[in-house]
Write a protein that binds this ligand. Structure first.
Ligand code: NAD
Length: 280
């Protein structure tokens, strides 16, 4: 058997009846050209929001917009090509999102991984990872908060990970970044006066192209089946036999942004199938 990237289906998107979920409300979603960011952009468009979809990958963004359109999503997706390591581009992207209507929601999803021991970790890669996963979300908050306050209320959702709770070896930059994004989340909650809420989302492995594509190689390397890679390696610490799909994570952003999340402020949605809280 092989594990495939799941297809995004409209029926899997959770739709919340929320008076703010209309075309006048704008959500800025980073990392929107792929995986969890794409699913989040599409899910918010299905919920009727206008979405500013940010990524460096122009073709991926076009595909995200096409997926939403094919689904007949009521909200529009506007691609915003920008590199999150470029301050000017980040600030311009926030202003472009605010031009589309009332900027109320931000989903910081973009991220990248690099595996190497601390003694060998390339510091330029470390800097890029902190820039994309911690600095850019902070800069986005700096420029988006005034718009959200002007709109009256809203929320910033940040993609963390189980690596924002416990860590594995050889992922120092990722571990530090994911602990950092939880600090940013709580800082926004501290300064948001209840009008600008903030939350983070922490999951274990999710069936994104990035994860699915490494399954055959890992199986070959270890001499085990692809199913064993999923069940023993990726889900070994969790109490599940199936990985989460990007849309499952997207639905957590929908929940956090909606009035269902109105008392969620500074908190972390840790949906990890028990990965960090149980052991056998
Ligand atoms: P992905 O590689 O499918 O998507 C990441 C996106 O970020 C890509 O479209 C990429 O172009 C974009 N990006 C990277 N650098 C950028 C930059 N400088 N400027 C603009 N965009 C940039 O990854 P994914 O698996 O969907 O992961 C998304 C987020 O979820 C990441 O923060 C990741 O750490 C987190 N996460 C993923 C998993 C998982 O198992 N896939 C689990 C927990 C947390």
């Amino acid at each position: 058997m092989s594990v495939e990237s799941p297809t995004l289906v409209r029926d899997d998107v959770h739709v919340v009846d929320d008076e703010r979920f209309g075309p006048e409300s704008v959500a800025l979603v980073t990392g929107a050209a792929s995986g969890i960011g794409r699913a989040t952009a599409v899910a918010l468009a299905v919920n009727g929001l206008t979405v500013a979809a940010l990524d460096v990958d122009r073709e991926g963004l076009a595909e995200t917009a096409a997926v939403a359109e094919e689904m007949g999503a009521p909200g529009d997706i506007h691609p915003v090509e920008a590199d999150l390591t470029d301050d000017e581009a980040v600030i311009a992207a926030v202003e472009a999102a605010a031009e589309l209507g009332d900027l109320r929601y931000v989903a910081n999803v973009a991220g990248l991984q690099h595996v190497a021991p601390i003694e060998e970790f390339p510091m330029d890669v470390y800097d890029t990872m902190q820039a994309v996963m911690v600095r850019a979300p902070t800069l986005i908050a700096k420029h988006a908060l005034p718009h959200i306050r002007e709109a009256g209320s809203g929320a910033v959702g940040n993609m963390a990970s189980v690596h924002g709770h416990y860590v594995t070896a050889d992922k120092v930059a990722y571990n530090v970044a994911k602990f950092g994004i939880r600090g940013l989340t709580q800082s926004i909650a501290a300064e948001g006066d209840g009008d600008v809420r903030s939350f983070s989302v922490s999951t274990g492995y999710v069936k994104t192209p990035l994860v699915v594509d490494q399954i055959p190689d890992t199986a070959a390397e270890r001499g085990i089946s692809e199913r064993e890679v999923v069940e023993d390696v990726m889900l070994g610490q969790s109490r599940a036999t199936e990985m989460m799909e990007p849309v499952d994570v997207a639905n957590l952003f929908v929940l956090g942004f909606s009035e269902l999340g109105s008392h969620l402020n500074g908190g972390d949605l840790r949906f990890d199938d028990g990965m960090t809280l149980t052991y056998e």
